[in-house]
Design a protein around this ligand. Structure first.
Ligand SMILES: [Zn+2]
Length: 361
């Protein structure tokens, strides 16, 4: 009896220990199965609710867990680059974005108002292995104080907003007294002048698809003698004393008539004709939305549609059209915005490796 009396409590303790161990094992099993669910990864075929129930150990389930595929790689994210990051008014800004996100345009917004806009075109790394998209935007010379924002847009809406710190810039002023002949051009509202103006803006407003030239611009003449600078605020005084104002959109080089004028970069001649205001004129398209312009020539040596290389002779300088003396007016337009030629010769139109480096590719 003494044995039996001693045996029963020990049996109870042993059974109790077994129940306790089984409960512990069940809890451990539950915790192990809960963990993948907490990461948002469900075992194949597992019911989400079942993961939270204590489960007995099942070899098949363990094998299924071992065979789980690795977690999905991080989805690609939109990358972008802006060069330079602190432009001055009149400076071009090159923007690169990842391909495959449907980003179509970049707008420069200030106080809720769009002050410039560029369309993206396809681009590739130097070795062609990395596709991306690029465009240029010019900070208008008329921008006031404030920090504009570059808004990257898809057809669906806004993809990203990038604040842009624009540095301050002062522009010169100049007053120009006009002769009777120049007053006549200035005030000419003839149908021909209106038609020429409409044609000019149609040419500059056309956004092509070809990237003809992405390198660095060269200057169109060897002379460094400038008779008017970029962005000058001009007041024209007509013969009758009335005044009108404009902003000088380019650089004037004071050079003798007959001086050879060179193409600043390669591209396609999109305008080569005589105009009332600009005289004999040539315009070259380099990139979608990016043009260089040469006015007041004495002779034009290229035709519309010609493909030309950097440094090709476009013609000879002169004094034709609205001009107060022999000079070349050299201008750069980026999506219609007048752009500082000095800023655009300072670096390539599209520095692929720098842009891709900023984007982290
Ligand atoms: Zn000029």
């Amino acid at each position: 009896m003494a044995i039996c009396e001693g045996f029963v409590p020990r049996l109870r303790r042993a059974l109790g220990l077994l129940v306790f161990l089984f409960a512990l094992a069940a809890m451990g099993c539950s915790a192990a199965l809960d963990y993948p669910g907490a990461l948002g990864v469900a075992a194949p075929g597992a019911q989400a609710a079942g993961l939270h129930e204590p489960q007995p150990y099942e070899p098949e389930a363990a094998e299924a867990y071992e065979a789980m595929p690795p977690a999905e790689p991080e989805p690609p994210r939109l990358r972008y680059a802006v060069m330079p990051d602190n432009p001055r008014p009149g400076y071009p800004v090159t923007i690169g974005v990842s391909a495959g996100f449907g980003v179509e345009t970049a707008s420069l917004m200030l106080g809720g108002r769009r002050i410039a806009r560029g369309s993206f075109f396809p681009a590739y790394s130097d070795d062609g292995s990395q596709p991306f998209k690029a465009t240029l935007l010019t900070v208008p010379t008329t921008i006031g104080a404030g920090q504009p924002v570059i808004v990257l847009e898809t057809s669906e809406g806004v993809a990203a907003e990038i604040p842009l710190a624009v540095a301050a810039r002062q522009f010169h002023s100049e007053t120009i007294a006009l002769t009777p002949a120049l007053t006549g051009i200035q005030t000419d509202m003839s149908p021909q002048r209106v038609a020429e103006s409409q044609h000019l803006w149609a040419v500059l407003g056309r956004v092509g698809t070809e990237a003809y030239f992405t390198g660095s611009f060269v200057r169109p003449v060897q002379s460094t003698r400038r008779t008017s600078i970029f962005g000058a605020r001009r007041v024209f005084v007509n013969q009758d004393g009335s005044r009108s104002t404009s902003i000088h959109a380019g650089i004037d080089y004071g050079i003798p008539t007959g001086t050879p004028v060179f193409a600043s970069g390669g591209g396609r001649v999109v305008l080569a004709r005589d105009r009332i205001v600009s005289g004999k004129s040539v315009i070259i398209e380099h990139l979608p939305g990016v043009f260089s312009i040469y006015y007041h020539l004495d002779a034009i040596g290229v035709r519309e549609g010609d493909m030309i290389e950097t440094g090709a002779v476009l013609g000879l300088s002169g004094n034709t059209g609205f001009s107060t003396g022999p000079h070349l007016h050299w201008e750069v337009r980026v999506f219609g915005e007048n752009t500082d030629p000095d800023a655009i010769v300072a670096r390539p139109l599209l520095d692929r490796s720098a842009i891709l480096g900023i984007m982290g590719y």
